[in-house]
Design a protein around this ligand. Structure first.
Ligand code: SAM
Length: 214
């Protein structure tokens, strides 16, 4: 283990947060005349997917778990600039309707399609491939969905997975089983012969996996 100069993690977060663009912070206020919402990917991961979209310029992106549209709007803004589209899947009709409203208010209705259904069923029926996929749905489904999501990725496409630091985070008792689920999922990413993955300690932890061309 290399010796690195110590720094205070929270001060570093605050310092780096000030470097994020104003646009990303404004996402928090975007729409949200909404029912109780689930935690979002937050500004760090929003900024990360933006950068990845500008670099990769995917024609199509897919998101599992829309909630009220925070991450979809973040991705939609970047996709609009590069000429891509987003399909985002939400199982809860009330959240999905709120997302549609927020997306429309953000002027992104032409870029983002919200599909209201169980993502397990939706991904089984998809016929097109995607340059970028964001997995932020039910943590219990991450492992089960992995083979199909890799299949749906274009070669050199990116799978971005949120919440990968759950195994080492203090989370509420009712969500404890997700620590185990994410532990297994992280191992599956690590062992996957068709993926190369980096785990980043931003937000609740995010993994970026590239589909290898083999
Ligand atoms: C963490 S939230 C997503 C937050 C969103 N990505 C954001 O950053 O704004 C997870 C969402 O996945 C949805 N979800 C859970 N199981 C699902 C399933 N089987 N299919 C589609 N969506 C699902 C939940 O209803 C919830 O809204």
């Amino acid at each position: 283990m290399s010796q690195r100069p110590p720094f205070d993690w929270h001060s570093a977060q605050e310092y780096l947060e000030d470097l994020l663009p104003e646009e990303i912070h404004k996402l928090e206020q975007a729409g949200h005349a909404a029912p109780p919402t689930r935690p979002t990917i937050g500004p760090w991961v929003a900024q990360l997917v933006d950068v990845l979209i500008y670099a990769l310029r995917p024609r199509r992106a897919l998101e599992i778990g829309t909630s009220t549209g925070y991450s979809a709007i973040a991705m939609g803004r970047a996709l609009q600039r590069v000429g891509g589209t987003l399909t985002t899947v939400e199982i809860d009709p009330q959240l999905a309707e709120a997302a549609r409203q927020n997306i429309s208010e953000a002027g992104l209705a032409d870029v983002i399609e919200v599909v209201i259904n169980d993502a397990n069923e939706v991904i089984a029926d998809l016929t097109e491939s995607f340059g970028l996929i964001l997995q932020d749905g039910n943590k219990d489904d991450y492992l089960k969905m992995l083979p199909r999501l890799v299949e749906l990725l274009e070669p050199q496409g990116l799978l971005v997975t949120d919440d990968v630091l759950f195994p080492v985070m203090q989370i509420p008792e009712e969500a404890k089983r997700w620590q185990y689920a994410l532990g297994l999922y992280n191992e599956a990413l690590q062992d996957h012969p068709g993926l190369q993955t980096v785990w980043l300690p931003i937000g609740d932890g995010v993994a970026v996996s590239v589909k290898l061309d083999r």
